[in-house]
Design a protein around this ligand. Structure first.
Ligand SMILES: *Cc1c(COP(=O)(O)O)cnc(C)c1O
Length: 223
């Protein structure tokens, strides 16, 4: 019951133009089913193997989002069904997603991950790298991918001003890349904000939030 109550609480606190991705990584299927039975249809996972297993056993009207860092050699396992890949941060990965999407006669939606955090450990591209890709001839040859927006992860800190600065950087990056023209670049989504900062993210222009622990409770990585 708690999961349903948590979901309803979050949904009543976000505007209707904001999409809620329920981040279910490490959580068991009964927990996900509780969210499903409460109406949730978008789930985010950060490990491909775990997402594949959950996809196989759960109802087929779920939209699975890969929110974690993606290794090229594992793209093939999720290519048949993944709905959105949030963290694309290099051209080689994009080529592999395109190749695997083609095999399944699909066009796979992706987001470019932009590095907004000051920490070295966070993945992502600079704006100039993203614009170079979008304007390249090689990019326009990728018929089976569609870049529908940007994703970012803020620095892990309690400093709200710092987080706000980073979210604003992502929003500004979105606005600056938006005019670029390619048939497979159709930016509408800004994926930013997690349990601790989604209200701030929405205030800074997010329209897709990725919320885990505020729905499913804290994660235990030791089991
Ligand atoms: C785990 C994770 C989240 C959700 O984090 P919470 O703080 O539990 O809401 C969001 N985005 C990414 C990329 C994650 O890996």
């Amino acid at each position: 019951m708690q999961i349903k109550a948590n979901l309803n609480h979050i949904k009543s606190n976000i505007p209707s133009h904001v999409t809620l991705v329920a981040v279910s990584k490490t959580k068991p299927i009964p927990d996900l089913m509780e969210a499903y039975n409460a109406g949730q249809r978008i789930f985010g996972e950060n490990k491909i193997q775990e997402m594949v297993e959950k996809h196989e056993t759960m109802p087929k009207d779920i939209n699975w989002h890969m929110i974690g860092h993606v290794q090229k050699n594992k793209v093939k396992y999720m290519a048949p069904f993944v709905r959105l890949i949030h963290a694309v941060d290099n051209f080689k990965l994009l080529e592999e997603i395109n190749k695997q999407a083609q095999k399944h006669n699909r066009i796979i939606d992706c987001l470019f991950q932009i590095k907004i955090a000051t920490e070295d450990s966070k993945f992502g591209m600079q704006k100039t790298e993203a614009s170079k890709i979008i304007e390249s001839k090689d990019f326009s040859a990728l018929k089976n991918i569609n870049i529908i927006g940007l994703m970012g992860m803020a620095t892990f800190t309690d400093d709200e001003q710092q987080i706000k600065k980073e979210f604003t950087l992502l929003k500004n990056t979105f606005n600056e890349l938006k005019p670029l023209k390619s048939f497979n670049f159709n930016p509408q989504i800004i994926s930013m904000g997690m349990s601790g900062d989604y209200q701030l993210a929405i205030d800074c222009g997010s329209n897709m939030i990725r919320v885990g622990s505020s729905i499913f409770g804290s994660r235990n990585y030791s089991i």
